[in-house]
Design a protein around this ligand. Structure first.
Ligand code: ADP
Ligand code: MG
Length: 239
């Protein structure tokens, strides 16, 4: 049985490299990190610094070249494919950079799918409820191609949260959105985080986002550095 307590994420001497033909790309080198349950962590860093790769490792969607990823005290390397899939289904929600919605499914079907796979008889009720929560009640039967970028992002967030994961991983969730929509998505993610008490790891360049997290980490040259948190600016100073 799983507990209701959010897990701690723990990385130990984590390294990742990709081999392309004769060349080897070092992405992460000896990364150590502990994320206590319920913490909000922002990860920043230049393009290509390995932010998305780090999230994939945390989700068990990529295997480290060396080192360990532990979620809830479980070393992901000790799990076979099925056990990893179970962990993702039960404990981890992920919002991908490019949404990854299934184009042939409506918004409602996209969000209900993870619950249907898990055999939840109330899959559609839960999916509908969450889509209403993210302001998409009038868009339930729309297909991704009929939705704006911000709407697709909200569907992706609803889908990532519908099974009440204890870890939410989000890859630049406001990266492709205008300022107004980005602000809506920020509020939504923090509101949902507050309600669920989940652990949140957020890849972002958005300083407003980072300022509201408990910690800010910076990836550079394969290394992870802790940065002082930017100070939130509640009021813009007059010019
Ligand atoms: P970021 O999200 O910070 O922009 P990524 O994690 O996507 O960075 O990529 C880090 C580096 O790894 C980049 O140089 C990228 O080209 C490379 N990379 C990412 N995925 C693969 C892959 N599947 N095969 C080979 N190289 C990859
Ligand atoms: Mg990326």
């Amino acid at each position: 049985m799983t507990t209701a307590t959010p897990p701690t994420i723990s990385l130990h001497q984590l390294s990742l490299h990709y081999t392309l033909g004769a060349s080897r790309i070092e992405v992460l080198r000896d990364v150590d990190l502990q994320i206590p349950a319920g913490q909000r962590v922002a990860v920043a860093g230049p393009s290509g610094s390995g932010k998305s790769s780090l999230l994939l490792l945390l989700a068990g969607l990529e295997r480290p070249s060396s080192g360990r990823v532990q979620v809830d005290g479980v070393d992901l390397a000790s799990l076979d494919r099925d056990a990893l899939a179970d962990l993702r289904r039960d404990a981890i929600g992920i919002v991908f950079q490019s949404f990854h919605l299934l184009p042939s499914l409506t918004a409602l079907d996209n969000v209900a799918l993870p619950l249907q796979i898990a055999g939840d008889p109330q899959a559609f009720d839960h999916a509908r409820e969450l889509l209403q929560r993210v302001g998409l009640a009038p868009r339930l039967t729309h297909y991704p191609s009929q939705l704006s970028g911000g709407e697709q992002q909200r569907v992706a967030i609803a889908r990532a949260l519908v099974h009440r994961p204890r870890v939410l991983l989000a890859d630049e969730p406001t990266g492709n959105l205008d300022d107004h929509t980005a602000a809506l998505i920020r509020e939504l993610l923090f509101e949902l985080h507050r309600d669920s008490g989940s652990t949140l790891v957020l890849v972002t360049h958005d300083l407003e986002f980072a300022a509201r997290c408990d910690r800010v980490l910076h990836l550079h040259d394969g290394r992870l550095h802790e940065r002082p948190r930017p100070v939130a600016q509640p009021h813009a100073l007059p010019a």
